[in-house]
Design a protein around this ligand. Sequence first.
Ligand code: BTN
Length: 245
Amino acid sequence: VGRPLHYFEEVGSTSDVAKQLAEEGAEHGEVVVAEAQTAGRGRRGRSWFSAAGRNLAFSVILRPDLPPQRASELTLVASVALCQAVRDAGVEAGIKWPNDLVYQDRKLAGILTEMEAEADRVHWVVLGVGVNVNVREAELPEDLRPIATSLAEARGEPVPRALFLAAALTRLEEWLDRHAEEGFGPIRAAWRDFSDTLGREVSVRLGDRELVGTAEDIDDAGALLVRTGGGLERVLSGDVQLLRP
Ligand code: BTN
């Protein structure tokens, strides 16, 4: 993963560039990285803030040998790999379901997974990864200050971005290989280990419905199982808020 690595000073979104390259036949493991994004995208149509030259924004093209129904597993593969890279860098991060990295409940990194597939075959998956590496809290937009942080803030000193990128890509390659060879089992186990969600009171926004309960587990499709007064609910996609520690 990371060969070749397409480097840009500025793009709209690294994931848009990666999707374009994937359409043109780019191979599994090609990576697009940019110093700055002018139109960074988050999950659920949100925008993604990335301080130019301070954070990391990259997108990885994958051509997995998986049926489309299993492609969402790759998001959890990526969150496990990224969490491990962050811990290697000295920050005890955890994963907020499905794939946010948090430190003391504040967001360090996010992952956006996009794919193109037919009924039985995935053409490509683009994993877009944004990491708050060296941005200072004071440099964050005001609305993000209470809910976001960075590796440098958590560690108390800057983290070399190129080294961190290399470490993250190495971890990603390891976990992708593991997933290809052994399936979702070891990913699920590692995800549980790194989770900052399981065992906690959560509130999940599902369209116009709000679900409150205890996050109990993830199932073998990566869905979140929430214990509520009314029973066990299975959440396949939604926005989770961690309530009490
Ligand atoms: C989220 O938490 O909502 C996901 C954020 C993903 C941001 C990354 S930055 C690199 C890539 N390019 C984008 O436009 N988005 C992803």
